[in-house]
Ligand binder design. Structure first.
Ligand code: NAD
Ligand code: LMR
Length: 330
């Protein structure tokens, strides 16, 4: 029997991340070698021609799993029947724009996309927001998609988690595969808190990282939290292939389940866990079971961790208030 294709929508498909992402999804890197993929690409009208070029190249790969690929400039059509939606397209910050302008421009994108997902996507849709400011944008999508269960709209923190693992592995002189149980809490911004207090090496608890608080607080945390800016400074453009790899890792784990004994960093609407006010789009440690994230409970949060988490929460609250004032959420 031929399996039913999974319908995947990528927004901003003509951009840098979209270009790195679409081919890998079409190749089966996310949903596995048995699952056919139907791709929908959403772009703004002026970038549709570029998206057509991307689609031509994907076509030329002759991916066995790809059933069809369609390009839209209308969210209601692009999200029709979507089982997975990766919201990458966003308005970047341009010269003279402050954060409020950025929130306003992106609210104008993510509020209608949230409504379109609510009205046209499949009932089982899972939505990953990559476009920045990712947590605020995801909060706007969730507020405009009341029929989508709260935990099924995520903002991407996987890149921050991967950056943390890479830095920690280098410090401990082990492979990245040896490191587990890393959480990045809070906002996808420089207030994020990469938490190594519960990290393990080869499945064992370790104080290798937290016994050197000078390294941890003055090297590790700032390096991870400012990595996006460092890449922009070096490349003249924001991270793209690493962001696409992170989106793939997040979505694959969401659909296929977490590895036993490990967890992921996932920004989703808070249920009040760890003292995070209910309804804030905050990153938590979470495991995926049967296609849904469950927040890992019972971790001890020491005073140092609390201080960092609270600073990031203050920023999330501030951004939510700004978005509320602009009328994108109630
Ligand atoms: P890009 O400018 O190369 O591409 C963005 C694309 O989105 C463009 O093709 C643009 O036409 C499209 N777009 C804009 N508005 C749209 C809309 N309303 N509907 C559909 N498409 C639309 O940018 P990029 O490098 O691909 O990055 C995309 C976003 O991802 C940016 O906001 C960036 O800051 C963010 N980002 C997030 C993370 C993360 O970890 N969460 C990491 C890296 C980048
Ligand atoms: C990243 O973390 O690389 C990006 O979110 C940075 C940015 O501002 O685009």
């Amino acid at each position: 029997m031929v399996a039913t294709p999974i319908r995947v929508t990528i927004t901003g498909a003509a951009g840098q991340i979209g270009y790195a992402l679409a081919f890998r999804i079409a190749s089966g890197a996310v949903f596995g070698p048995e699952v056919p993929v139907s791709l929908s690409l959403l772009e703004v009208p002026q970038a549709v021609r570029v998206a057509e070029g991307v689609a031509m190249e994907i076509h030329d790969c002759a991916f066995d799993l790809l059933t069809d690929i369609n390009i839209y400039d209308d969210p209601s059509k692009a999200f029709h029947g979507a089982n997975a939606a990766l919201l990458v397209g966003a308005r970047p910050r341009s010269k003279g724009m402050d954060r409020a302008d950025l929130l306003e421009a992106n609210g104008g994108i993510f509020a209608p996309q949230g409504k379109a997902l609510n009205d046209h996507a499949s009932d089982d849709v899972r939505v990953l927001v990559v476009g920045n400011p990712a947590n605020a944008n995801a909060a706007i999508v969730a507020a405009n998609a009341p029929d989508i269960p709260a935990g099924r709209v995520n903002a991407m923190m996987r890149l921050d988690q991967n950056r943390s693992i890479a830095q920690a592995a280098e410090y401990a002189k082990v492979s990245t595969a040896a490191i587990s149980r890393v959480t990045v809490w809070g906002n996808h911004s420089d207030t994020q808190f990469p938490d190594l207090f519960h990290a393990q090496i080869n499945g064992e608890d370790t104080d290798v990282f937290t016994s050197d608080m000078d390294w941890y607080e003055h090297s590790f945390i700032p390096t991870v939290a400012n990595r996006g800016a460092a890449i922009i400074e070096a490349r003249g453009a924001s991270s793209a292939a690493s962001a696409a790899a992170a989106a793939i890792g997040h979505t694959r784990e969401w659909f296929n389940g977490s590895k036993p004994g490990n967890w992921a960093s996932v920004a989703m609407l808070s249920d009040g866990s760890y003292g995070v006010p209910e309804g804030l789009m905050c990153s938590f440690p979470a495991v995926s079971k049967d296609g849904d994230w469950e927040i890992v409970q019972g971790l001890e949060i020491n005073d140092i961790a609390r201080k960092y988490i609270d600073a990031s929460l203050a920023e999330i609250v501030h951004e939510r208030e700004a978005v509320r004032k602009l009328g994108f959420i109630r």
